[in-house]
Design a protein around this ligand. Sequence first.
Ligand code: PLP
Length: 470
Amino acid sequence: MIYTDTRDRNVKVDFKTAVIKGMNPETGGLYIPSFFPKLDASILNKTSAPSFRNIAFEIARLYTDGEIPEPELNMIIADCYPFNAQVVPIDPVTYVLELFHGPTCAFKDFGARFMARMMSYFNRDEKEQLHILVATSGDTGSAVGSAFHKVPGLDVTILYPEGKISPLQEKQLSTFTDNVRALRVKGTFDDCQKLVKTAFTDAALRRKLRLSSANSINISRLLPQSFYYMYASLVVANRASHDSGIEHPSIIMSVPSGNFGNLTSGLIAREMGAPIKGFIAATNSNKTIPDWIATGSYEPRASVKTLSNAMDVGAPSNYERIQAMYNLDEVKKLFASYWLDDKGTSDAIHECKQKTGYVIDPHGAIGWKAWDDIRRNAMLNLVSGFPNDFNNPGLTPNIPDWANDVVDKKSVGIVLETAHPAKFGEIVKKATGSDPLLPDRLERVLSLPDRAIPMENNYETFRDWLVSNL
Ligand SMILES: *Cc1c(COP(=O)(O)O)cnc(C)c1O
């Protein structure tokens, strides 16, 4: 597979280059596959339940073609995914796609684990370690730390702001051993990011140490997320007529979004033949993309803090990839967009439990409410000429191609549940009245010793630490 660049279509690189570089230093653009191969019809048309790992392998094979021998790729996929994505029906036309069964209980495990193994594979002939630096305000750090833990040839240094992340998040970051360590920085998240960025531009340091990032813009984090879209849409395509009583319903995916990496992976799966009719781009008050779809003008902005904090992104980096794949008219036909404020999010957690019995986290709750509202009233109102004012929470005014499928009750929805509700226990408890059950792997991490290393918010101190400890 040849990869090109969102800013210059003349760029042609192999997968290894795209993985190792992350973004194109010459253009500032992001790597994307030069085309999206269709998955084999024998898989797409299978009438029995697919296997997640098999689909993962079949997709990965197409994007790593010729660069990783198939038996090795098969082993890598098995090592990435000892867990599954799970499709859970919660009413006759709604499925929750649970993406929290990985080690850190959030969907980022799917992307980060694949990326770690790709970097390790492509680094296998190098004599020196590759040192990954990540600044985190919470969940990315734990997914990356866990994904790279004990992966050969690499080590990870996580920087996080002291006192600014939740106690559970801090435990998830600071208790790794071996090749993953955390620095507790006396500063803000922005200070952490600045330390990392300064290190990357420090030529003298880079002559001593091979440095890399584990950024969410890396294509090897995006591609594996398409595995579960393909898997879930095939599972639902197989069972939805039976569950819903609707003959061949269209499948709509509702995606709680921040940086829009997850949704972009859904677009890739659809291009590859996944039976997905449309998407709901669901956000919190950081509604840069809903505003773009509503007004046609893209205005990145500073992020605001919300209950669904992993989606607090005002300038989503994958906007550039969505734009490289589709023009605005196509986006308006393919996407509905929907946003909720904090009050709406908390109400949605409550309402979801009340209506369906399902305990959902604040991120998934936005996706659930978007789908539930759209399929009950919001889309009917919109096509009848009573659109929501997009300045208020709710559905924004474009009418997607699939609007009538929803209005005529010929569709089912898949809501992506991106984190386990126990990761946001306090918010969920406030909304529902009870504490969500803590999974064993989160409970275990709470009793591990904290190994974080205190770090001044000072570049020279940080650099000296790197030089003497890596
Ligand atoms: C990162 C994250 C998101 C947002 O995903 P994007 O790919 O940035 O749109 C949503 N929910 C949770 C729990 C996350 O950790």
